[in-house]
Design a protein around this ligand. Structure first.
Ligand code: BGC
Length: 740
């Protein structure tokens, strides 16, 4: 199941020779120039940068997406600087460019890496038309805290799913040939542990034991490095006392020495200078020293490198070998991207923006990302020919910008198909679609329009509420402490319920939300994340049954914020909870003395289960799992065991099921999670159809970092489950025996 290691391209030695030859001609100032990236967003047009470019003092720019400006910057760098070194042009192309795909967390909910590759490829092609040759994506920070605003950009809580999706995205951005038109460099970020910020507050501290770091947080990065990701971005966060941008253990020991990474490392925005603010250094000069020493090759949007590296070398504090290595890492990327052959962009050589393929992919991805959380009485799908009237209510039913989500600098809200528009064009004109926004934003507390909303609901056959969060409520520096539906939305649901008609809620949001307060007041819930440009079209197709929902949660949904962090791959503890062992706060006998004997690990007011577990998602079909088998009951190191089960569609409609394989290593020299995802497959089944789904597990897939931080594969008993979520109950087992 490990990502395959891609061999270096045949011309790699040629690239090394060219890097060496170029370095030999460079002055120290020119080497530092390669290590310096400057912001070139509007207002900083070429004039501002031209002198620096001519003098070879700038290796990269970011945030310029005007093709004329980019080509002109490249022209100055290539034709007017002494050595003609082209520029890396960076941009946050996170989930699309003009065509916006679902947010990364939504993409993870598709469990469809192939589609994520296509989406990243489209995003790369669109971005490349403006001269961008480097994206700051994918973000692969494992996050188990939905309060964190950047969970929207993440690929969820699970190591395996996030690694598969991250590698898929790297493949899409970079393609098979980095130098081909439309291939852009990817950037695995943020190295490392950012997703574990305390209380989900952005930029906060992280404390992660090394075994957890290696077994969880670093693994997607390792997969991306094995796939040849060109760059890695450091994290703003403090990891066990050393901020990511000054963390030699991460950037040298792990990344270079253990993983042999030969791409380059970029700081996060101004995070070199921030080492001082963290309290790690006294001033910018020391920050530059620490960052270079730690292994940060390029400084993003700051001038500490430009101002201080040369004199630090002259003083003998930084060695020229260190600088050469950093500059070489950056030059290597430029050669691999083919920039020395052609630095200019001809948009005519690339497909048009927002073409049919792009919009079609955005729609398919959105379709597959939606997770159906509830469907009482099979209310969904709606049949358009049986309805006379539908009330469409809520602040996100017709909000073209909000459905795009966070990080959409270049997204075109004009292209958005909103749910309201899509529903109107899908149903026949005989169906009366009555729309009321009811709340100005998702955060509004005013309820003046609720009476009208209730009236509308009462007079309609069914109500579809479009609720959730505006795009501004998630993303960088947009963490929340309360992750319920904001504003008066809970009250709106309650009031609509009182109208006595069926209620469907479609939620557009950048994170898992606590939904316990509305769950019993609605008949059906579709959780659509921020679904992007084509989100409305996808949602309408699902509501009216043109497709069945197939998304599965990439993150556990807590009942209450106080349960966070709650994730499926937890440890068992010495006192694991069970349904019989828990007491609810309302049932406690006030006069009983407190005892701890027989007690287990749970919350008096929340129990121990989440509202919806990882991997969960309903379908219009019904799937049954049986006959789980293992190809061998005993295996030895180096063997592969095949775990299989029969999955059948016993429902009435064709649909896709995401079949999931989990294992548990029952005894380890360090305790192992109660379940770990080790495989998944999307399977399309007609009604009545059954298939046997097989997963091959190599013993390497059972390995983990042990007590001494080396990779171990330990003999012992393993349980394996196959099913449609992390609570799958169909189990088999096998034993790994020590080789003689
Ligand atoms: C973010 C990065 C992003 C960079 C450039 C930073 O604030 O943390 O993820 O790539 O800005 O926009």
């Amino acid at each position: 199941m490990n990502a395959s290691i891609v061999n270096p391209p045949a011309n790699v030695w040629n690239v090394e020779q060219r890097v060496k030859a170029l370095l030999a001609k460079m002055t120290l100032a020119e080497k530092v120039g390669q290590m310096s990236q400057f912001n070139a967003s509007e207002g900083y047009a070429p004039d501002y940068l031209a002198d620096g470019l001519r003098a070879g003092l700038i290796g990269s720019v970011l945030n310029v997406v005007d093709l004329k400006v980019v080509n002109e910057l490249q022209r100055i760098a290539v034709e007017e600087s002494r050595l003609g070194i082209p520029l890396l042009v960076g941009r946050d192309v996170i989930h699309g460019f003009k065509t916006v795909m679902p947010i990364p967390l939504g993409q993870a909910a598709t469990w469809n890496p192939g589609l994520a590759t296509t989406a990243a490829q489209i995003s790369a092609l669109e971005a490349a038309t403006t001269g961008v040759n480097w994206t700051f994506a994918p973000m692969m920070d494992i996050s188990r805290d939905p309060r964190w605003g950047r969970i929207a950009e993440s690929l969820g809580e699970d190591v395996f799913l996030a690694s598969e999706m991250a590698v898929a995205m790297v493949e899409g951005f970079q393609g098979d040939d980095l130098s081909a038109p439309g291939s852009i460099a990817a950037c695995a970020k943020h190295f490392a542990g950012y997703g574990a910020v305390e209380s989900g507050r952005d930029y906060a501290t992280t404390n992660i034991p090394e075994s957890e770091l290696r077994n969880v947080y670093l693994r997607p990065f390792k997969s991306a490095v094995d796939r040849g990701v060109v760059s890695i971005m450091t994290s703003f966060s403090d990891l066990n006392g050393v901020p990511g941008t000054g963390n030699e253990f991460l950037l040298r020991q792990i990344l270079r020495d253990e993983w042999s990474f030969d791409g380059f490392v970029v700081s996060d925005w101004d995070s070199v200078r921030q080492l001082q603010i963290h309290g790690l250094t006294e001033n910018d000069r020391e920050s530059a020293y620490e960052a270079v020493t730690a292994g940060v090759d390029m400084e993003m949007a700051g001038d500490s490198y430009a101002n201080h590296i040369a004199s630090l070398v002259e003083e003998g504090r930084l060695s020229i070998t260190t600088i050469d290595a950093a500059a070489a890492n950056i030059l290597r990327a430029k050669f691999r991207l083919g920039l020395f052959e052609n630095a200019y962009t001809d948009p005519g050589a690339l497909p048009p923006i927002a073409n049919e393929h792009a919009l079609g992919t955005a729609k398919t991805l959105a379709l597959q990302s939606v997770v159906m959380l509830k469907n009482a009485g099979g209310l969904l799908p709606l049949s358009a020919d049986k309805l006379r009237s539908v009330a469409v209510i809520g602040p996100l039913a017709d909000a073209p910008y909000e459905q795009l989500g966070t990080w959409i600098f270049d997204g075109d809200a004009g292209l958005s198909i909103t749910p309201l528009n899509a529903i109107r064009s899908l149903v026949s004109p005989d169906v009366d679609i009555r729309y009321l926004r009811a709340m100005e934003t998702s955060r509004s507390r005013a309820s003046e329009e609720f009476a009208e909303a209730v009236q509308l609901a009462r007079e309609s056959d069914v109500t579809i509420l479009f609720l959730g969060e505006e795009s501004i409520l998630s993303g960088e520096a947009h963490s929340r402490a309360d992750i319920g539906l904001p504003g008066a939305q809970g009250e709106l649901v309650q009031r609509i319920r009182e109208a006595g008609k069926p209620v469907i809620v479609v939620i557009l949001a950048g994170r898992p939300l606590t939904l316990a307060n509305i769950l019993d007041n609605v008949d059906a819930i579709l959780f659509a994340w921020h679904p992007g440009t084509m989100g409305g079209a996808a949602i309408a197709d699902l509501l009216f049954g043109l497709e069945s929902p197939s998304g599965k949660l990439p993150s556990t949904f807590p009942r209450m914020v106080g349960q966070i962090p709650i994730y499926y791959s937890q440890k068992n503890t010495g006192k694991p909870p069970s349904p019989e062992g828990i007491v609810h706060i309302d049932d406690i006998n006030t006069f009983a003395p407190q005892v701890s004997l027989g007690m287990t690990s749970f919350h008096l007011d929340a129990g121990y289960t989440p509202l919806f577990p990882f991997g969960y998602g309903l379908s219009y079909a019904k799937f049954e799992y049986k006959h789980i088998c293992t190809s061998a009951h005993e295996i030895r190191i180096g063997d592969t065991v095949t775990i299989s089960a029969e999955v059948s569609n016993v429902g009435q409609v064709a649909a896709v099921e995401v079949v999931q394989l989990y294992i548990r290593d029952l005894v380890g020299s360090v305790t192992r999670p109660v379940r770990e995802l080790k495989g998944f497959r999307r399977v399309n089944l007609e009604p009545g159809q059954a298939v046997v789904v097989e997963f091959d597990l190599h013993t390497n897939d059972l390995a983990f970092y042990g007590r001494d931080m080396s990779v171990v594969t330990e003999p012992g008993l393993f349980h394996a489950w196959i099913g449609g979520s992390s609570t799958a109950s169909l189990r088999t087992e096998f034993r790994l025996v020590a080789s003689e």
